[in-house]
Design a protein around this ligand. Structure first.
Ligand SMILES: Cc1cc2nc3c(=O)[nH]c(=O)nc-3n(C[C@H](O)[C@H](O)[C@H](O)COP(=O)(O)OP(=O)(O)OC[C@H]3O[C@@H](n4cnc5c(N)ncnc54)[C@H](O)[C@@H]3O)c2cc1C
Length: 473
């Protein structure tokens, strides 16, 4: 039942990242009295740390670049990657709403220059829109827009409990033993990355990363949304979803793109991916292995000429990443014994525990591809296809172990309503962003999907919450 403004607020938003800020602004613009509670000492969450790409189709940037694309084509591409792990209604709401999300962010002051529109994997149409100033600029502009509205922002306030009335309608939260009442609540408090126990439970695949696994993101994202919604009977979903970046575990620094010049094999010595593919393709190829790991194999010439991938140069200049795959670091890691070295491929195989005959045959096939200038097996770019033939030879173990986007949490529908275990909406409860379990899907679609979804459903949650609270007819 819509409340008659007898509550403390119309809409309470938990979490002040991209999803929560968008929900608060939208609800406020719909006339709701809004409070936003944030666990950290400042707003922004993981959104402020992100590259800030937004995945969208139907934008003016695409039109200007004469990109041939459509909502249906985007849905098909996402389906091809995700299967049915994103419900039909949620997927279409995203696909139909993402262009408007880019436009809405532009109205809030975020710029998406037309020349910064890129294809996420070099195969799909260009859909990744990079904002000037990255995710920090998105967070800063949304923070500014919140400050211009009558929205109460309360920092250093970690919410861990939702309240409901006798009829089961969510009607507020409890914090420090005190109840704050509201017509509706939006859960936008990020993912589970900051909580190892939840990571083990919801992402068992990541346990194979062992002590290599670590989370990069907002450290106050500790799965509170999942726990709070679960306590209210929500269906929890998204097990084993999300993006774990490939790493050789030389350092605990963000590495997005691995070396495109290596040969990537599994523990049986078989090649598993186009090494210059998108970062999520490499992660998925490794996750598909029985032991969840692989080896980057290369030779002395490749090691000496290892240069940063052109795709990371800008991030490098901005200090957003460090480099693992350059000669100095590689030599350091050889000296540390982290990279194995041998005078022959057979000996390298023995050192790594890989079957020597299989690895020799894989290297021979790869070298033959290189000689012909065509990767007949995975379609790697000829420029990245150099033979492995100058001793000594090297192998660095890699695992998909950097947890960056987690997709576990309550299920929502296309209106951002949290669903219970029977599939019905829990009245008064809405969610968006990393806190949700069925909006990102099992795999990562590509650069920009997470923020575009967080903001699209953040706006939907803000509007629906305001409607539920009786602020919209
Ligand atoms: C380095 C990096 C780069 C990335 N690059 C991209 C990219 O280019 N494009 C893309 O689409 N995605 C990217 N991502 C992922 C993307 O940043 C997130 O998926 C997205 O920002 C999630 O937004 P959100 O609002 O759901 O969560 P967040 O932005 O993390 O906000 C959640 C907020 O909730 C607060 N909170 C947590 N618990 C509570 C609680 N109990 N009570 C109150 N507040 C709470 C947190 O403190 C935080 O401020 C990147 C992530 C990282 C770490």
């Amino acid at each position: 039942m819509p409340n008659e403004r007898t509550t403390d607020y119309d809409v309470l938003v938990i979490g002040g990242g991209g999803a929560g800020l968008s929900a608060a602004i939208t609800a406020s613009d719909a006339g709701a009295r809004v409070a936003l509670l944030e666990a950290g000492s400042r707003l922004g969450g993981s959104t402020a740390l992100a590259g800030g790409y937004l995945y969208a189709t139907g934008t003016w940037q695409q039109s200007e670049q004469q990109v041939e694309d459509s909502v249906a084509a985007m849905v098909d591409d996402i389906r091809a990657i995700e299967g049915d792990s994103i419900p039909e209604g949620v997927l279409w709401r995203f696909a139909e709403g993402c262009a408007d999300t880019v436009a809405w962010l532009e109205q809030q002051g975020v710029e998406f220059p037309v020349e910064r529109l890129v294809s996420a994997d070099g195969r799909m149409p260009p859909r990744s829109h990079e904002p000037t100033g990255g995710g920090a600029a998105i967070a800063e502009r949304l923070d500014y827009q919140v400050s211009r509205r009558p929205i109460d922002v309360v920092l250093n306030s970690r919410v861990t409990r939702l309240c409901r009335d006798a009829s089961g309608v969510i009607n507020g939260i409890e914090i420090d033993g005190e109840q704050i009442t509201a017509g509706a609540v939006v859960v936008a408090c990020g993912g589970i990355g900051g909580d190892d126990e939840l990571l083990d439970r919801m992402c068992p695949k990541s346990i194979r990363g062992g002590d290599w696994r670590w989370f990069i993101g907002c450290e106050t994202n500790r799965g509170d949304g999942l726990r709070m919604c679960e306590a209210q009977g929500a269906r929890i979903t998204g097990e084993d979803s999300g993006l774990f970046l490939m790493t050789p575990n030389f350092y605990r620094d963000l590495e997005v793109i691995g070396p495109s010049w290596v040969l990537l094999v599994n523990s049986e010595g078989r090649r598993i991916a186009r090494e210059d593919g998108a970062y999520w393709e490499l992660s998925e190829a490794l996750e598909a292995q029985v032991d969840g790991r692989g080896y980057c194999v290369f030779d002395q010439l490749q090691m000496q000429s290892a240069a940063p991938d052109p795709r990371v140069l800008e991030a490098l200049e901005q200090g957003a990443i460090t480099l693992s795959w350059i000669p100095r670091v590689l030599q350091e890691q050889v000296d540390r014994g982290k990279i194995l070295m041998a005078d022959s491929i057979a000996e390298l195989a023995r050192k790594t525990g890989i079957d020597a005959v299989t690895l020799e045959s894989t290297v021979a096939r790869y070298n033959d591809n290189a000689a012909q200038g065509v990767d007949r097996d995975f379609g790697k770019q000829p420029a990245n296809l150099t033979p492995i033939e100058s001793a000594p030879f090297y192998a660095a173990e890699v695992r998909p172990a950097i947890a960056i986007v987690l997709g576990a949490g309550p299920a929502i529908d296309s209106r951002a309503r949290v669903l219970n275990t029977a599939g019905a909406a829990i009245p008064g409860l809405f969610a968006a962003g990393d806190a949700v379990g069925n909006s990102y899907g099992r795999y990562y679609v590509g650069s920009g999907y997470a923020i575009a979804s967080a903001i699209t459903f953040g706006r939907a949650a803000g509007e629906e919450a305001a409607r539920h609270a009786g602020c919209i007819a």
